[in-house]
Design a protein around this ligand. Structure first.
Ligand SMILES: C[S@@+](CC[C@H](N)C(=O)[O-])C[C@H]1O[C@@H](n2cnc3c(N)ncnc32)[C@H](O)[C@@H]1O
Ligand code: SF4
Length: 395
């Protein structure tokens, strides 16, 4: 049953509503990777694609009264492995979405794909359905690393999928991981060099983290030392910088004009609808900022979305005003260029003074720098992001 908590009105006042995006979660994968703690479930048998799209549309319809009159600036179909869905299902999903929620004419529409599920005809189908940006989970171009990560594809498949993606889409992101079991600095350099040679418009480079509730957490692989990982990160930043990619967020690099609009909206504390199993969303109103979350297990989610009296929401709550400074900083301080000072009040509905204690301490410790216009993390702040963010935790 949905849990509803509402804060007293009046303590937050937004002058205008932020941009709106839509996140759509497709929760199935061919196999669960041993490091992954996303809401992804191993596929068993045929996927209930039709039923699932019906459930997504039901989620959307239930939220429409909360976003009446607004347009969406981006759609992100993530997972899981969305490329397990047939192009016809993605087409039905995007048509249903557009019919109910107007998209900006230049809306960014991203679909995540796994190289192990890539086919040229699928990619062409996604494009015809309205997807205009592909995000490919390559992880590495080294067979040994891909095996260590339990990926369903090898390096050649990753290369083929990327080349196919680049033929179909002019906006392609490649996900890479570093700090992998058995990886050396030279191997990490080679991965990034190969990505650069192939020329995607965007690269996301994540250091492998060991998350609770994963196979790697129970049976921890031996990872490169902390210093070696820091060297890899520096080498990746250098190689991408030299090749003309702008480093704009902790893990994100883009060619000029190709920053991910969808992810930027999260980092700028914009609004987004969360549709699908386990999806989270954030919606602002004149006097409150709210969050919503949905049932995680695909079966339970489908049942609730299609037949439940209250739909698939398991949680819907107003964010307490005292938590808003932390929530804002958690996102905005990931941005290398930080944020314009007025964005804080525009998105949280609170005066910047509400974050002043944290800002002053962060400045004193050399974790941020600021002038009248912008607040940005220093290099030290980016390196010690958790220490920086902790300064904004509600007391
Ligand atoms: C939800 S996955 C989507 C892509 C698709 N499911 C795939 O793996 O091919 C998003 C990305 O997060 C990264 N990722 C997932 N788990 C991670 C972990 N434990 N540490 C670092 N990066 C991780 C991977 O690069 C992955 O491609
Ligand atoms: S394919 Fe992606 S979402 Fe699926 S288990 Fe692996 S990392 Fe997680």
């Amino acid at each position: 049953m949905a849990q509803v908590r509402v804060a007293p009105p009046g303590s937050v006042r937004l002058a205008a509503l932020p941009p709106l995006a839509a996140y759509v979660h497709l929760p199935w994968c061919v196999r669960k990777c041993p490091y992954c703690d996303f809401n992804s479930h191993e596929r068993t048998g045929a996927l209930p694609e039709g039923e699932y799209v019906d459930a997504l549309v039901a989620d959307l319809e239930a939220l429409l009264p909360s976003v009446w009159g607004r347009r969406a600036t981006s759609v992100f179909i993530g997972g899981g492995t969305p490329s397990l869905f047939a192009p016809a299902s993605i087409e039905r999903l995007l048509s249903a979405l557009r019919a109910r929620l107007p998209l900006e004419p230049d809306a960014e529409v991203t679909l995540e794909a796994n190289p192990g599920t890539a086919e040229a005809s699928r990619f062409a189908g996604y494009r015809a359905a309205g997807v205009n940006r592909l995000s490919l989970g390559v992880q590495s171009f080294d067979d040994r690393m891909l095996a260590a990560l339990g990926r369903i594809h090898g390096a050649d498949e990753a290369r083929r999928a990327l080349d196919m993606g680049l033929r179909q889409f002019d906006n392609v992101n490649v996900d890479l991981m570093y700090g992998l079991p058995g990886q050396t600095l030279a191997m990490a350099r080679e991965d990034i060099a190969e990505a650069v040679r192939r020329g995607p418009s965007h690269v996301s480079a994540y250091q492998l983290t060991i998350e609770p509730n994963t196979v790697f957490y129970r049976k921890r692989p031996e990872l490169p030392a902390h210093d070696a990982c820091a060297d890899m990160q520096l080498a990746i930043e250098e190689a991408l910088g030299a090749a003309g990619y702008e480093h704009y967020e902790t893990s994100a690099f883009a060619r000029p004009g190709r920053r991910s609009r969808h992810n930027l909206n999260y980092w700028q504390f914009g609004d987004y609808l969360g549709l699908g199993a386990g999806a989270h969303g954030k919606l602002s109103f004149a006097e409150r900022v709210t969050r919503h979350a949905r049932a995680r297990q695909p079966r339970e989610y489908l049942e609730a979305a299609l037949h439940g009296r209250r739909g698939s929401l398991v949680e819907e709550q107003t964010v307490a005003p005292r938590e808003l400074p932390f929530e804002f900083m958690l996102n905005a301080l990931r941005l290398v260029e930080g944020f314009p000072v007025e964005l804080f009040a525009a998105r949280t509905g609170l005066p910047l003074a509400a974050a002043e204690t944290g800002l002053a301490e962060a400045e004193r410790r050399g974790l941020i720098e600021r002038d009248r216009r912008r607040i940005r993390p220093t290099e030290r702040g980016r390196l010690f992001l958790n220490e920086l963010l902790a300064l904004f935790l509600p007391g």
